[in-house]
Design a protein around this ligand. Structure first.
Ligand SMILES: [Fe+2]
Length: 195
């Protein structure tokens, strides 16, 4: 008998009520970019969760609930999880200004990370996908593994959750309209997975 192991939980779905909030979130992110005079926003220079916007509160609570369900599906003892989240930061990708891609990295410091797409930009533009790599790293070079990455196409109002050990990159985005997302690392110091 052959058992298949090492499945990786990936969640990608819309956050309920997103249409009422994404314009406010976009305005807040673009104002911060203008204020900081950065092509992109440095994740170390701000924490979106500190911003006094009702839509930020909505997103924080929506992402926290999605994270709770995500962990619940993995069998986590969700009643024991403290309400804690790490810093959240904004990302702006735009062809010809600042960043148009993010190179390969992982979020080792996090149990899992989340990306909420505030504005997919030129949605018809197939560039700028988020590429999630097979975490069985050597398997990326193995002939048996023909799908060694999954491409996530940004969709306005959708939220991605993935384990922090999943290496990922954002492929070059060729759109002129800004593609905006808010990312967050989730760290649960008391996380327990049920047997
Ligand atoms: Fe990342």
């Amino acid at each position: 008998m052959i058992e298949h192991r090492w499945a990786t939980p990936i969640s990608y779905q819309p956050v309920a009520g997103w249409a009422d909030h994404v314009l406010d979130l976009k305005a807040a992110i673009m104002a911060e970019r203008a204020r900081s005079e950065q092509g992109n926003l440095d994740g170390n220079s701000h924490n979106v969760w500190d911003w006094p916007h009702p839509s930020v509160t909505w997103l924080r609570e929506g992402m926290s609930e999605a994270a709770r369900l995500y962990l619940g599906e993995r069998g986590a003892a969700i009643d024991s999880i403290p309400s804690y989240w790490g810093r959240a930061w904004g990302n702006v990708l735009q062809s010809g200004r600042g960043f148009s891609y993010h190179s390969l990295h992982a979020h080792h410091e996090a149990d899992f990370f989340a990306v909420f797409y505030v504005d997919a930009g030129e949605a018809e533009e197939a560039s700028g996908a988020l590429a999630l790599m097979d975490p069985r790293f050597l398997n990326n070079t193995h002939l048996m593994n023909r799908e060694n990455r999954v491409l996530i196409q940004p969709r306005t109002g959708w939220l991605l959750l993935a384990p922090g050990y999943v290496w990922h990159e954002v492929l070059h985005y060729h759109g002129q309209q800004p593609r905006i997302s808010i990312a967050c690392n989730y760290q649960y110091s008391l996380l327990r997975i049920k047997d």
